[in-house]
Ligand binder design. Sequence first.
Ligand code: GDP
Ligand code: MG
Length: 436
Amino acid sequence: MLEKLSEGLKEALDKLTRSGYIDKKVLDELAKDIQKTLLSGDVDLILAQNLTKKIEERALNEKPPSGLTPKEHVTKIVYEELVKLVGKKPEIMMKPGRIMFIGLYAAGKTTSIGKLAKYYQKIGLRTALIGCDIHRPAAMDQLSQLASQVNVPYYTPKDVKDPIEILKAGFDKLKKYDIIIIDASGRSSLDKDLADELKKIADFAKPNEVLLVIPADLGQAAGEQARGFKELVGITGIFLTKMDGTARGGGAITSCAITGAPIKFIGTGEKIDAIEVFDPERFISRLIGFGDIQGLLEKAKEADFKPETAAKMMEGKFTMNEFLEQLKSMQKMGSLKSVMGMIPGLPMKVPKEFDVDKQETKMKKLAIIIQSMNEEEKNDPSVINPSRVSRIAKGSGTSEAEVRELLKSYEQLKKVMKLVGSGRRGPFSKLFKKLM
Ligand SMILES: Nc1nc2c(ncn2[C@@H]2O[C@H](COP(=O)(O)OP(=O)(O)O)[C@@H](O)[C@H]2O)c(=O)[nH]1
Ligand SMILES: [Mg+2]
């Protein structure tokens, strides 16, 4: 999928990696390469220009976060701007409801309905199909065949010419199903007749989702179509089909993104399994080389270290919520015990509670106890007296002993942090940083 676009972007980033250091000239070159690649992927010229301008601007003005080299930083900026260009992460309906499919002839509606039916069946929502294409009997047959293929029930009468009548009977027959997908009729273009018919169906069916099916080989023209349907009929999302085998997918995606209608699914082939939830971050990661960008983002996250919080912690000043965050990050790092073990001569034994290895359930329990505290208590647990302990235990469904144990751990970590903090500028300062 989008091999050329992918190759072009990878090449541009490779060239960046090979360059000696980052200066205006290298960035200009990068911008030019990216722009050329996007244009060859049918992305609108102005969009491509704005994107590369933004990349250059950020690369010149933003300081790389600690932990990232300037080149890695620029790669991260390119990734982030491309993600923004292709839209927001869509919300996929995960509860029972009705989905109506609309779109022009041969867009891939019926095929995509089959794919989505299988998708929902797989996650455990019982799905059924209703055919409302009253103009083409063959379309009803196609839907029945697809339904049989993915093993879901269907209602596709060929002799009824009123879609509302079909829906009434269909909803009645299929009422025990979680997801009902409705196939509406298409036309060769969006005219008033089609808009009226679709609106009539939508008014009666009250769908939770109206998915517009658009073939990606339309390129930039996909955006106009999305806009047209959005204004005349109303849509909640786009199902972009035929992403395989077209070089124009970049244009289709970006032009849809600017209409504000989210792309929810993409179709990547004729087979029933060729469906993906559209996730901008994953999509772009894959386009520019998944492994590389993933590692880089993790590094940036690790480097997202806030000196203020650390300093506060070192003085033994932190709230219950920060305490929980610390416990979680210690869990990720391995136990505090092993980290502390690396500090020679630390004049204190590490309390058992901090050996947080493999203590998922305990961690969850602590989180629940903390959630049951009010803001005042979270910010300053010293106000918690016995009657408050009893209230928190009741509220969180734990025992008073467990609440007291948590408070004791908090006090102990405070002491440890103060101790560690007193050596902040000493030979172990690096380790302390890691500890945070
Ligand atoms: N390559 C490819 N073909 C697709 C995809 N989705 C649908 N098609 C094909 O597009 C054609 C029209 O599909 P159909 O579902 O009948 O479109 P409808 O008229 O909108 O219901 C069929 O030949 C499908 O196999 C896709 O994601 N990739
Ligand atoms: Mg059809």
